[in-house]
Write a protein that binds this ligand. Sequence first.
Ligand code: WTA
Length: 634
Amino acid sequence: MKHATHCVAEQYQEMYRQSLEDPDGFWLDQAERLDWFKQPALGGEWSFDPASISWFADGSLNLCHNAVDRHLGTRGGDTAIIFEPDDPETAGRTLTYRELHAEVVRMANAMKAMGVAKGDRVTLYMPMIIEGVTAMLACARIGAVHSVVFGGFSPEALAGRIEDCGSRFVITADEGLRGSKRVPLKANVDAALAELDHETPLDGMLVVQHTGAAIEMTEGRDHWLHEIASDNDCPCEVMAAEDPLFILYTSGSTGKPKGVLHTTGGYGVWTATTFNYVFDYQPGEVYWCTADIGWVTGHSYIVYGPLMNGATSVVFEGVPNYPDHGRFWDVVDKHKVNILYTAPTAIRALMREGDEFVTSRDRSSLRLLGSVGEPINPEAWRWYHDVVGAGRCPIVDTWWQTETGGVMITTLPAAHDMKPGSAGLPFFGIQPQLVDNDGAVLEGAVEGNLCITASWPGQARSIYGDHERFEQTYFSTYTGKYFTGDGCKRDEDGYYWITGRVDDVINVSGHRMGTAEVESALVLHDLVAEAAVVGYPHDIKGQGIYCYVTLNAGIDGSDELYKALRAHVRKEIGPIATPDHIQFTDGLPKTRSGKIMRRILRKVAENDYGSLGDTSTLADPSLVDRLIEGRQNR
Ligand code: WTA
């Protein structure tokens, strides 16, 4: 599909060539889009074996300065943030860069008053309100390391994330709102703290008054933002380029979620540069990314990328289907949104409700559409293009990950033709490689495991507190390469088509989830003996969560227990991890050495029995028939 122009395509090719030939020169040039206290002379210094990554190491800067203060002289009166509340009848808010500066300073002063200092980890458990953004920026301002935990995670999940990074401070709100439902954030933090062993697990908690609900405050520890905030001068800390900026927990194929660590300079350059090119942002345009700040998309493309570019970024508290399925398009019309960046799961859910919700709204402000988080099926792509964008707006399908910091593979709106379902071509500096399971490099139009062979500035530097796990997870499968965990096809035009995860991570409504996490939650239940969890195709969510559960001797899988187990997983992890189906079984397919054969479980969940492969190595081959029978009786 064409929207691109020839000359820009050539320019892209030339820039891409330069970025590979002279990465340091290229990225030091791009680094000039930021304000540095000390301009870097060093580019990338890195190795993938062993993993050690640094960019712009001799430079110093502050990303809050770059996202806020630096704009005050030239565009202090321009709109930085448009806040659109959950309930459209409630008044929203618009902040200019000058007003954003004032709010960030107040937040930063409140944090300092609680005792937060440079290098401290601060956990944010926030609704999608302006204070979520100002809390992130305030951390960056004073050199604290933010760890944002999605407001939909349970107290148990929050507790683990507070403990893992040794965070002594939490910023939260009384309550959040989503589709008119109240989320008891402050009470959840209290419940999380009760899970932790220490008697005084926190030094301070800052609470934003949002809904005005009555909540309990612990004297001496909990503070209302409006009571301790002040307008005192609060300069930006000078940060070395490799000082940590944030930790963000994400799921892997094994074990607990890992705290992906990003640093300041490289992440700043990467998000500022990708935002600029991928969205082709023009001054004055209104940009809306519908993600939550609890995910990396929110970090890079609601907060840092747009604000470092002086853009107007919409912060939306609500959901796509409240008050009705036309809400997205109401927001587009109300704020004259030019660029919309959302996830395939939202597109599919809205598509199901019919075109009328879309076509009854104007949408003529839209210029560019973006997709992120999971593969977009061509049918949803076409609906997004033809109905939402009325055939006028190019789509950028951006492939990237928490670990990559920002967009890695995409088409650029002015430079490339689009292919529905394909993310497109590598961004500047990105060298994708497809390898087979033995690590042999595959050339030409093929399908394989997606690796990246050279570092880029936005790359994660480590897993917080566990560099060995970082090495192990990303650099040990194919020595000397960053392994993404994704399968991918390359076509004859060099376009990349992500096929989904090839590890035990599943992607449910664009949320990354480790099957191991859901399994651990299930086996915590008293009546569960063993659990194995796999993903299976789901019309709206992309993948659904399919659980095989064996129960303790003498226990039957009743409807009641089915419901109890679903509720149990919600409580342990959060609503996004709620199993779509639980199949009770008398055993799991294991090899004689006791290894669960997940391939079989995946096939059965997919209702695909023709290609079960060799089942003769199973300890109990007859189990397969019983699994299939159980699946069909669903
Ligand atoms: C998947 C989200 C296909 C992929 C930014 C990746 C995608 C995982 C796309 C990372 C896309 C993300 N097309 N798949 N455009 N974007 N993915 O860390 O499997 O939450 O590995 O980062 O989402 O999820 P994460």
